[in-house]
Design a protein around this ligand. Sequence first.
Ligand code: NAP
Length: 257
Amino acid sequence: MYLPTFTLEGRTALVTGAGRGIGRAIAIGLAEAGCNVALVSRTQADLEETADIIRQNTKAQAYVIPADITDRKQIEGAFEQLITETGRLDLLVNNAGMNIRTPALEVTDDQWETIVQTNLKSAFIASQTAGRYMKEHGGGKIINISSVGGHTALRTGVVYGSTKAALIQMTKVLALEWGKYGILVNAIGPWYFRTPLTEKILSDEQYMQDILDRTPLKRIGDLKEVVGPVVFLASDAANYMTGQTLLVDGGMSIYGF
Ligand SMILES: NC(=O)c1ccc[n+]([C@@H]2O[C@H](COP(=O)([O-])OP(=O)(O)OC[C@H]3O[C@@H](n4cnc5c(N)ncnc54)[C@H](OP(=O)(O)O)[C@@H]3O)[C@@H](O)[C@H]2O)c1
C-alpha cells in the first residue's frame, strides 16, 4: 500500500496569528485533521472566536494563548503554557504577519523595525524555541507563512517583500541545520486571499483587475486553498520534504510578461 496518511490525529500545533484571516483558517483546518491547536495572537476575543469554531465543529482541543510575538518572553511563555498543558509540540505554524505599504524612499526606521520584528524575527524566535523542544523530543515540523512577495517583486512594499524573502531563506537554513534532529521546516507562499490584511487593497477595482490579469486561474484564492497545502506539509504525506516553499498562487509566479 502506498497512500500515506494525511491525518494529524493526536498531534499538537501552535499557530501564530490564529485570531483572523489565514491563521484562523489554518488553525481550524488543522483541527479538522485531528490536531489540537494552541491559538496565539494579541487579541484574546479573536482567539476565543477561533476556539469556539474549533470546539463546535471538531473533536480537537483549542488552547487560547494571547501573546505579542514581538516579545521573546511572551513567545517562550506561550510554548511553555502549551507544553505544560498538553505535554507535546508537533508543529509550529509561523503565520502572524503585518504590512505597512510605503514607497521605499519614504520608509522610516520605525516601520522597518516593526515589520522585520513581526514578520521575521518573531518567526525565528518561535522556531528557535520550538526547535529546542523538538530536538529533545524526537523532531517535529515548522511551517512558515511567507508570500509570493518573497519570491518575486510585488507592489506590496520593500520591507514586507524583504521579510518574506528572508523567511524563505530561513526555512532552507533551518531545514539544513535541523534535519538531523528530525525537524522538518517548510514554507507556504500565498498570493492574494481575502482577509482583514488585504480587504482594503482588494476593494480597489483597478488593483483587483491587475491581480486577475496576472493570475492564470483568473481569481484570488479561497482560504481553504491555503489550508490544504499546510495540512499536507504537516502530515506524514510530506515526511521527505524539507526546506521547500510551496507557492499557493493560482499560477501567478509563472507569469512572465
Ligand atoms: N492575505 C493574503 O493575501 C496574504 C498573502 C500572502 C501572505 N500572507 C501572509 O499570511 C499571514 C496571515 O495574513 P492575513 O492576511 O491572515 O493577516 P491578518 O488578517 O492581518 O491576520 C494577522 C494575524 O496575525 C496576528 N498578529 C499580528 N501581529 C502580531 C503580533 N505582534 N503578535 C501576535 N500576533 C500578531 C493578528 O492578531 P493581532 O493583531 O490581534 O495580534 C492576526 O491574528 C501573514 O504572514 C501574511 O503576510 C497573506
